[in-house]
Design a protein around this ligand. Sequence first.
Ligand code: GDP
Length: 211
Amino acid sequence: AQVSTAEFVKSSTCTEDCPAGSLPDFALVGRSNVGKSSLLNSLVRRKRLALISKKPGKTQCINHFRINDSWYLVDLPGYGYASAPQKLRINWDGFTKEYFLKRETLVCVFLLIDASIPPKKIDLEYAGWLSQNQSLHLDFLQQIPMTLIFTKCDKRKKKKNGAKMPEDNAEDFLNLISEYFQAAPPWIMASSVTNMGRDEILLHIAQLRNY
Ligand code: GDP
């Protein structure tokens, strides 16, 4: 399940603008600074590719990358920018959330959570939103398929102030969202520094594509 080719396809400003066709979308979303571009780099092993989504103007877009000519890795706008004015923040949210509800070819949302810090309210709320809304395209009233990726799991230095280890932060997060889900969502521990989790993520995508 390795990446042999990865090409940037387009930046879209709304769901209707996204690439047409039947290739499945696997989307990455997370709070700004969670390590989304680093993970994208690590998955496709091309530094320049992820830089595309970091260019001014594109951070607020839906960026499609075609992988192995058979599926899309989709970089969604980050949320929770501390510096963004409130009105702009709401706008980005609406924009991404519309994509979750309307994108017919969306197979899975990877919600990135920083495991080097304790659970954050905004991430819990985001997971809650995903659990409470249904894609308009699924036949049954189903939750939007979501897999959690815990990032920065290499950060394991014991700190004097008693900061927790990544697996403890991940466990706390899973406990806090458990009330939203009948069954816990799948989750993967990852690091872009050690490439931990990379093969597992690609395997997960391969398995979902074969359904
Ligand atoms: P984005 O804003 O979500 O795209 O986040 P970036 O990929 O730009 O990463 C934000 C910061 O976290 C940068 O300083 C990265 O070097 C750092 N970072 C990202 N991923 C990891 C990781 O897996 N481990 C560690 N230790 N740092 C990371």
